[in-house]
Design a protein around this ligand. Structure first.
Ligand SMILES: Nc1ncnc2c1ncn2[C@@H]1O[C@H](COP(=O)(O)OP(=O)(O)OP(=O)(O)O)[C@@H](O)[C@H]1O
Ligand SMILES: N[C@@H](CCC(=O)O)C(=O)O
Ligand SMILES: N[C@@H](CS)C(=O)O
Length: 521
């Protein structure tokens, strides 16, 4: 049905958005200790330049677009504008942080005196008490994705229409999510780029991982792909007991709603308000839904004051957020076009393939496969488990790539080869693990005989030059300057408009909305 011109056009018209995080560092490679530069505008209200956990952890957000070129050009322009404002500071171009002095010195992001701004900073203070600042300055790239309305029309027309179009879309996005979770290990295998880290990252952490040492201060695991996605990285054990279901939007919302109300003894021991001072938003397993660190999220753009789950309950799933990407060290903007095209194919495959619901056995298999690939994904002959049966990593990937090849050929049609070229590039990594990003990182460190930190510093400098030389148009420059100014005005207006005191604001935010079932539009 999708092979005809109409189906092909409907498939091709995907929409994408990228969020890229990067630490600001000084010329010696140490974490920048100054505040978010005023010339970048307000981190609270700017639509494209904000901060994540730390005042030094920049986050660049692209507007949603159908065009891959526009997506990556927009991301590049944001990087170039920002580098021009950083007065010699650079961006740390890998996921795992380095050269952090005392963890207590890591500045959490500040968003001003408005209630929303204070809530964002308090949330981050809670994350600090719960997980430590070092984990929270790990950087990632998030890939946001949706398919066209035309594709939904075609798929819905083919369905039995037993549910509304809106509910049909939500359930199909959850089918995508379930297939993605069964295959999520493919992403750290291909794109994981944190097989090594600076010993300073481990210093206080207990780890049973038997790291090997390289140079003066580099620790690595010989076959690792993404330590960022390991227990040492941007994950947390406390959330494993949540067992949030992806079998339907309704089940998912039930799980999320329960989690933000589930008390945690560990986090209660921190205290919520001690001697009149807040330490965290509350003592639940999740302070807010953002704290659920899953490798993929169902999303809908929220209205002002709306929680992510309320937006989903109001009008169903609008897009999905892939959160399993390390920063690509071989790109000045943290991601390259061939990765975007692979992700298009991968996510379309997850959407269009049959998708069984998952039970606890399936969840265990998903977790075991991911852990194996994160810690030793490049190991020759690595065996994984598919529907309870042992399968070699290479064999599973070859079967997957054969299916993606059909999609690539269909999307390219007669007049293009971009998807087939992208797939062919990453197919090399299926055959030879050295062609994966983590394989290339290890090869680079070995060839250059460099410490991880020294290599990353050299990259940071190279990308600084590249981005400072980027020919930012006068119009783009003016647009960034105007938005920076407007965002500062907007923050001041928010601060002036607050009527509630902070305590009452938090009470209102967490007030029990009548449970809204997932509704048809
Ligand atoms: N329909 C859509 N399809 C694909 N991408 C979308 C769609 N709508 C929004 N996006 C993208 O999703 C991203 C949203 O990022 P943003 O940081 O603004 O929101 P968020 O992720 O919900 O916020 P936070 O990071 O604080 O949780 C943007 O890159 C945007 O372009
Ligand atoms: N820094 C986290 C993401 C932070 C967040 O939850 O947005 C990462 O490495 O993906
Ligand atoms: N973005 C991360 C760190 S602030 C979170 O929402 O938890």
């Amino acid at each position: 049905m999708l092979k005809g011109a109409e189906g092909r056009a409907a498939l091709k018209d995907m929409r994408r958005g990228i969020e890229r995080e990067a630490l600001r560092i000084d010329a010696s490679g140490h974490l920048a200790m100054d505040g978010h530069p005023k010339t970048l505008g307000s981190a609270l209200t700017h639509s494209r330049i904000t901060t994540d956990y730390s005042e030094a952890l920049l986050e660049f957000i692209t507007p949603v677009t159908h065009s891959i070129d526009e997506l990556l050009t927009g991301l590049t322009e944001t990087h170039a504008f920002t580098l021009n404002q950083l007065k010699g500071q650079q961006l740390w171009p890998v996921s795992m942080p380095c050269y952090v002095g005392d963890e207590k010195d890591i500045p959490i992001a500040q968003y001003g005196s408005s209630n929303s701004g204070r809530m964002k900073t308090l949330y981050r203070k809670g994350l600090t008490y719960r997980y430590g600042a070092l984990m929270q300055i790990i950087s990632g790239v998030h890939f946001n994705f949706s398919v066209s309305d035309e594709l939904w029309d075609l798929l819905y027309a083919q369905s039995d229409k037993s549910v509304s179009r809106c509910d049909f879309i939500s359930e199909r996005y959850f089918g995508l999510i379930r297939n993605y979770r069964r295959l999520v290990w493919v992403l750290p295998y291909l794109f994981g780029a944190s097989p090594a880290l600076c010993h300073s990252f481990i210093k206080e952490q207990q780890t049973e991982l038997d790291f090997e040492k390289m140079g003066r201060g580099t620790l690595y695991l010989p076959w690792a792909t993404s330590l960022r996605m390991s227990d040492l990285g941007y994950t947390n054990k406390e959330q494993e007991r949540l067992s949030i279901s992806y079998n339907s939007l309704a089940d998912y919302l039930k799980g999320i709603r329960a989690a933000i109300k589930m008390p945690s003894d560990n986090f209660a021991n921190i205290g919520v308000k001690v001697d009149g001072e807040y330490r965290q938003l509350n003592a639940n397993v999740l302070q807010i839904e953002n704290e659920f660190y899953a490798p993929i999220r169902a999303k809908r753009v929220t209205r002002s004051g709306e929680k992510p789950s309320e937006a989903l309950a109001r009008a169903g799933v609008e897009y999905i957020e892939v959160r399993a990407l390390d920063v690509n060290p071989f790109s000045a903007i943290g991601i390259e076009a061939s990765q975007v095209r692979f992700l298009d194919l991968f996510l379309l495959h997850c959407l269009l393939s049959p998708s069984a619901t998952t039970d606890s056995t399936g969840e265990q298999e998903i977790a075991a496969n991911l852990k194996a690939v994160v810690l030793e994904g490049r190991k020759p002959g690595l065996m994984l488990s598919q529907n309870g049966e042992p399968v070699a990593r290479e064999q599973w990937m070859l079967a997957l790539f054969a299916e993606l090849q059909q999609l690539a050929t269909l999307l390219d049609g007669k007049d293009d080869d971009q998807y087939q070229l992208a797939l062919a590039k990453w197919h090399q990594a299926v055959i030879d693990p050295n062609e994966t990003l983590s394989g290339q990182v290890m090869k680079t460190l070995a060839d250059k005989g460099l410490d991880h930190g020294a290599w990353v510093m050299a990259l940071a400098k190279e990308y600084q030059q590249q981005l400072l030389n980027y020919p930012l148009s006068a119009a783009a420059q003016a647009s960034f300057e105007a938005e920076a100014q407007a965002s500062i005005e907007s923050q001041l207006q928010m601060e002036a408009a607050d009527r509630l005191n902070f305590d009452d604001f938090l009470v209102q935010y967490f007030a029990d909305e009548p449970a809204k079932e997932a509704v048809s539009q």
